[in-house]
Design a protein around this ligand. Structure first.
Ligand code: AMP
Length: 452
């Protein structure tokens, strides 16, 4: 929580160099966020830092700026010794638990480093390995990677090693420590120089994170930017109890009430996300799904459509949405209530980022009450009800039922539940506009119209 009467220091006052202050300015970062204000002085001084930061807090800037500053000061600006400057290649490595987050981190590095010709590469699974090898041959300054793919390159890519590494960042460390990554992570940690700076960021401080901290960091400064499970003040949160059978009508009503919004809708399953996207599209909404069943390139395609504004509604599951940073999102709708209440914090954290405002609405049916109460307990408050006249909402029922029927047919046609990862190309391309789009072709109709 922001403390009142706190004097806000500028980036320059915190010790950030002019070139980077200008880069922040260009990105519209007027003042440091809380985690940046607290972490930067220590990180710029060369200390190891542990940051407990909530999603959307600006933590990427908190570790990217000190790394870029060190790269400028100690390498790019330094006097050549015996005619040679220190090698700036593979200066820093950021480990991230998801591909999407890795890409976003790299985007922030590139945006902040554009004036200093920063070279940054992303090494994640699901993307072409050969291209990554070629990018590594150009000796980038910063690598952003998921542990598995990084370890693959460390083993197999000729001429690539991290022996010059000066900075390691473990981002979302609590999630890096899952079964999938733990082994590669340990192997990487054994291989890289011990004489380096380390930043560890995590939403929660679990036992495993503490162990990792002890193994990796030296006398770290600990910074906590927010209470563990709080949501930001600029987020307006509401709920609505509805019968399970009325949920679709309520969702359509809510979206019609916010026609200009950029919204993310969360469902529990991949099928649910695909189905809702079909249903909304047949009602004239510009919706697109993103699910774990889609191939990586289709996921990125969907994400780009959403980021570019071609679609203003992203229907997704928790797994597919992890770490997504799309600053323009101003509404999150929990169509299905998450069974794990911490997922609620992650979901609504997709909006109201870095001081912007946003709304998070939860549609709760009779079977989800218990989970919803857990959420209220976790965030420590009772939320107000989303205001809507039930009769007005249900006046949409005829159209919504028809859309439901059509979408069900379409789901059946395209394989329904039997679909497996990678088998979704044809359908995804239809969403992405690559193939004849029988269902989403009425996109341009205004969503308000769909209520009539
Ligand atoms: P992060 O928590 O690093 O994922 O950042 C969330 C969003 O906040 C990103 O879109 C950043 O571009 C943005 N951001 C980071 N630092 C600032 C700042 N000081 N002022 C305004 N926006 C920021």
């Amino acid at each position: 929580m922001e403390e009142e009467n706190e004097v806000v220091k500028t980036f320059a006052e915190l010790g950030v160099r002019q070139e980077l202050v200008l880069a922040c300015d260009r990105l519209g970062w007027k003042n440091p966020t809380k985690i940046q204000a607290e972490a930067l002085p220590h990180a710029l001084e060369g200390k190891d830092v542990i940051g407990l930061a909530q999603t959307g807090s600006g933590k990427t800037g908190a570790f990217a700026l000190p790394i870029l500053q060190a790269l400028l000061t100690h390498v790019l600006d330094s006097e050549p010794k015996k005619g040679r400057r220190p090698d700036p290649a593979f200066f820093a490595c950021v480990l991230s638990p998801t591909r999407e987050l890795a890409i976003q981190i790299a985007e922030q590095f590139e945006a902040l480093g554009s004036d200093i010709s920063l070279r940054c590469v992303v090494l994640v699974g699901g993307l072409d390995r050969m291209q990554q090898t070629i990018a590594l041959a150009k000796r980038p300054h910063v690598i952003v990677a998921t542990p598995g793919r990084l370890w693959d390159h460390m083993c197999d890519t000729k001429g690539f090693s991290l022996k010059t590494l000066k900075y390691l960042v473990l981002d979302e460390a609590d999630r890096l420590l899952n079964e999938e990554f733990e082994k590669s992570l340990n192997l990487i940690l054994e291989e890289i120089p011990r004489d380096r700076k380390t930043f560890l960021f995590s939403a929660t401080m679990t036992k495993k994170v503490k162990k990792l901290q002890r193994a990796c960091l030296r006398n770290p400064v600990k910074i906590e930017a927010a209470s563990k499970y709080s949501t930001v003040d600029t987020l307006k949160q509401q709920y609505r109890f509805v019968a399970a059978k009325d949920k679709e009508c309520y969702l359509v009503y809510m979206l019609s009430e916010m026609p200009e919004s950029i919204a993310m809708i969360f469902t529990r399953t991949c099928e649910g996300a695909r189905f809702l996207a079909l249903l909304l599209r047949s009602l004239g909404f510009r919706a697109i799904p993103i699910t774990g069943q889609m191939t990586q390139s289709n996921r990125l395609g969907a994400l780009n459509k959403f980021k570019a504004g071609e679609c203003n509604i992203l229907v997704c599951t928790d797994v597919a949405s992890r770490g997504l940073d799309i600053p323009s999102v101003d509404a999150v709708i929990n169509y299905d209530i998450p069974t794990n209440s911490k997922d609620y914090i992650h979901r609504v954290g997709r909006t109201a980022r870095a001081g912007r405002s946003g709304v998070g609405i939860s549609l709760v049916n009779q079977y989800e009450l218990e989970w919803y109460l857990q959420i209220e307990k976790l965030i420590g408050k009772k939320l107000p009800e989303y205001p809507a006249e039930h009769d007005e909402v249900m006046s949409l029922q005829g159209r919504v039922d028809e859309a439901h029927r059509l979408s069900k047919m379409n789901m059946k046609e395209s394989g329904g539940r039997k679909k497996r990862r990678g088998e979704d190309d044809e359908e995804s391309e239809r969403f992405l506009g690559g193939k004849n789009d029988k269902r989403g072709n009425n996109d341009k109709r205004s969503s308000k119209k769909s209520r009539r």
